[in-house]
Design a binder for this molecule. Structure first.
Ligand SMILES: [Fe+2]
Ligand SMILES: [Fe+2]
Length: 138
């Protein structure tokens, strides 16, 4: 699998980490569906799942940030919004062109690379702030 979860991606926030693991699963399910030559509709379903799960995950993080008055909320939220646009553009392409090897490679590497760098930098920073605040509130 091109993108696998690794402990280095652990933010320490249980719910966030669980959702990140699911995102990697969703990403790999797209590749598996394609390799197993399932029909276009099946492949598009795995993409829909990834898209919906991404949107849900971003809301979880945004609620957390708001709850704890995270100072970098605006920048983090903007990264999420920009990425949602990228994912939706891929979805549109899939619907217009149908799944092709090129498109699968493009979408999984774009999403995978984005997730890896976003989790390692932005999400870790956010999670450590949130966890510290939560600790202080007892
Ligand atoms: Fe995030
Ligand atoms: Fe995240």
């Amino acid at each position: 699998m091109p993108y696998v979860w690794s402990p280095i991606l652990e933010t320490g926030h249980e719910k966030v980490d669980e959702q990140h693991r699911q995102l990697f699963n969703a990403l790999n399910n797209i590749v598996v569906a394609y390799r197993e030559k399932r029909g276009s509709q099946e492949i598009i379903k795995t993409l829909f799942f990834l898209t919906n799960y991404t949107v849900m995950h971003f809301s979880t993080e945004e609620e957390l940030m708001l709850k704890f008055n995270y100072p970098d909320y605006d920048a983090h939220k903007k990264n999420h919004e920009d990425f949602k646009v990228t994912v939706l553009e891929f979805m549109q392409k899939f619907q217009d062109e149908g799944p092709s090897e090129d498109l699968i490679v493009n979408v999984t590497s774009a999403v995978g690379d984005w997730l890896l760098s976003h989790i390692r930098v932005d999400d870790k920073k956010m999670a450590s702030y949130v966890l510290e605040k939560a600790d202080n509130q007892g």
